[in-house]
Write a protein that binds this ligand. Structure first.
Ligand code: SF4
Length: 576
């Protein structure tokens, strides 16, 4: 089992700085220069450079564009120097760092010596020193405390990413040494949460894997902190380091990551660890895992899930399910989803994707063939059933292909000043949910020439709601990639907290729909089972039970399987 820390990856300040520069790059205004690398991660830096966002370090003063101060902040002198360049200056200093700067400024003005517990030479610490009016000094260990004058009055602050326990120990030493001491615990909430979670996780697993750059100070701190719990700790930079890890006899692995580790690096590590742990197990388990992965990656599993949802929708409408419709629907789903996966590499390139994305790239020829064959099969079946169904499936396939390949074919359709379907907020979530609703409820309904009923409306809401929830689950997992690539999903617009609220509201609303419909329409409360499943899955994912890559998608699709199973069992019991 792999448990992933919820706090793993970008912190609030890093995400905020990324959002600011990406927003500036969207609105134009020439090249964007950050005062030093925005994030200590070469892959992100390369991605940003492709968008015209580069570091000012090592360049002369630029003549056009704009300048952004990064999350670490700068000293007042440096800010003035940047201002003198004469280009628009934007401030992405993390609000938590800005608070420490204000504290240093306040106490330095009152004549206090400023003891900054942190790493000498670190950009944030250098910025803080700039606010200390020459009264600041860096404290990295007990020997620096010894150098303090006993009669001094001292204000103690911490670099925001400092080790909580080291800070407390050094602050106590300073308090005991000098005549007057004001201690300000300025370690940020994000760092405390990350460290607290890493310790709790380390105590509950057999081994910890910390993901992040070898030159990242906050990652190194996580390694030390986890090691102090007595658990075996491995520090890896990418999934390539995982093969050398000794994981024999290890059942539970905890994973956490530094504040500048991208999502896809963490996911690749989790996927690789999952594969290694299954290799350590017996042949049957390994075989089952490979078969499962094959079913999920070819979207045969998604097709099965769609058929299950179709059966549940039939139960909702009190109409019999038809085998040709189920088969055609499954084939249509395979075609559209495979096309989307094959096309969906966004700005990320080889080496920056998750292992699942890499799989679609490496097998694109055979998977493209499968997508075309599935599309052909679904249209052939639809044509044999009814012309209306053929038109319906054709429209879904064409629209699905357009959405997936819009970037490639979009140059000819961007008729409205670069307008693109992807720039419409939450377009993907709404588009996917609508497409499934059409394929599962509207198409079969039109074919049957059945009159429109309240049951049909409720079935539409049921299918739309379930698919919408699944889509948001997926968006939450890929929020970091989507932010960088510039996709307008609900989490990139509203943040994780806001999206979780929407998700909770959707689940409660859908449950209410089923329960409210159940009594007047004689429907089965069993149709609410998928929402109970989704709520459990949501709660478990918040509690760090990680399923890497494709397994996450499979678990999210599990709600459709649940819907179908509930419908089947209920019908088989003679009560449907
Ligand atoms: S580590 Fe904390 S203070 Fe530093 S950028 Fe991240 S959130 Fe801000």
């Amino acid at each position: 089992m792999i448990k992933l820390a919820r706090s793993a990856g970008f912190c609030m300040g890093v995400k905020r700085a990324l959002d600011i520069v990406l927003e500036l790059s969207r609105t134009g205004g020439g090249p964007i220069y950050t005062d030093g690398p925005l994030i200590h991660n070469p892959q992100i830096i390369e991605l940003l450079e492709r968008k015209g966002i580069r570091s000012l370090a090592g360049r002369g003063a630029p003549s056009r564009g704009l300048i952004v101060i990064r999350a670490h902040g700068v000293s007042p002198e440096r800010r003035e120097a940047l201002r003198r360049i004469g280009l628009p200056l934007h401030d992405a200093t993390c609000p938590d760092v800005a608070k420490v700067q204000a504290i240093v400024n306040k106490y330095a003005r009152r004549g206090y010596e400023i003891a900054i517990i942190g790493d000498r030479g670190h950009a944030e610490v250098e910025g803080l020193l700039g606010y200390s009016r020459g009264l600041g000094r860096v404290i990295s260990g007990p020997e620096d405390v010894e150098a303090l004058d006993r009669g001094a009055k001292v204000c103690v602050v911490a670099q925001t990413t400092q080790d909580v326990r080291l800070f407390q120990k050094l602050a106590e030493n300073i308090s005991a040494r000098v005549s007057e001491c004001v201690v300000c615990d300025t370690i940020c909430r994000s760092t405390k949460e990350r460290q607290r979670e890493a310790i709790a996780l380390a105590r509950s697993v057999d081994a910890m894997v910390v993901v992040g750059g070898r030159n990242s100070a906050n990652t190194a701190r996580l390694v030390t902190i986890c090691g102090e719990t007595g658990v075996t700790v491995f520090h890896v930079e990418s999934e390539k380091d995982c093969d050398a890890l000794s994981l024999r006899h290890v059942n539970r692995v905890g994973v956490t990551a530094g504040a500048s580790t991208p999502h896809w690096v963490i996911e690749r590590v989790v996927e690789r660890l999952g594969a290694i742990l299954s290799l350590e197990r017996r042949g049957a388990t390994r075989c089952a895992r490979l078969i499962g992965q094959g079913l999920i990656r070819t979207h045969l599993y998604t097709a099965l899930a769609a058929v299950c949802l179709y059966m549940a929708a039939c139960l909702f409408q009190a109409v019999p399910a038809q085998a040709p419709l189920a088969l055609g629907l499954g084939a249509c789903i395979i075609c559209v989803h495979l096309a989307h996966r094959i096309a969906g590499r966004g700005l990320l390139s080889h080496g920056e994707e998750t292992l699942t994305q890499e799989y679609y790239h490496d097998h694109r020829k055979s998977l493209s063939f499968l997508a075309v064959a599935s599309g052909g099969l679904s249209l052939w079946i639809a044509a044999r059933v009814h012309n209306v169904l053929f038109i319906c499936y054709l429209a879904l396939i064409v629209m699905g292909l357009y959405y997936s390949f819009e970037e490639k074919i979009g140059k000819c359709v961007r008729w409205n000043g670069g307008w693109s379907l992807r720039t419409v907020p939450a377009s993907k979530d709404i588009f996917v949910a609508t497409a499934w609703m059409v394929a599962i409820v509207l198409g079969p309904r039109l074919v049957a020439h059945a009159p429109w009923t309240f049951r049909a409306t409720a079935a539409c809401g049921y299918v739309f709601g379930l698919v919408f929830i699944r889509s948001i689950f997926h968006d939450l997992r890929t929020i970091h990639d989507d932010t960088i690539v510039g996709k307008e999903t609900i989490p990139t617009l509203m943040g994780i907290r806001g999206t979780e609220l929407i998700l909770g509201g959707a689940m409660v609303g859908m449950c209410a729909l089923v329960l409210a419909s159940a009594i007047p329409m004689g429907l089965k409360i069993a149709l609410a089972v998928p929402f109970a499943y989704s709520a459990t899955y949501f709660a478990l994912s918040r509690r760090r039970f990680a399923a890497g890559g494709v397994w996450c998608d499979a678990l999210a699709d599990g709600q459709f399987i649940m819907a179908g199973m509930s419908a089947l069992i209920w019908s088989a019991a003679g009560q449907g």
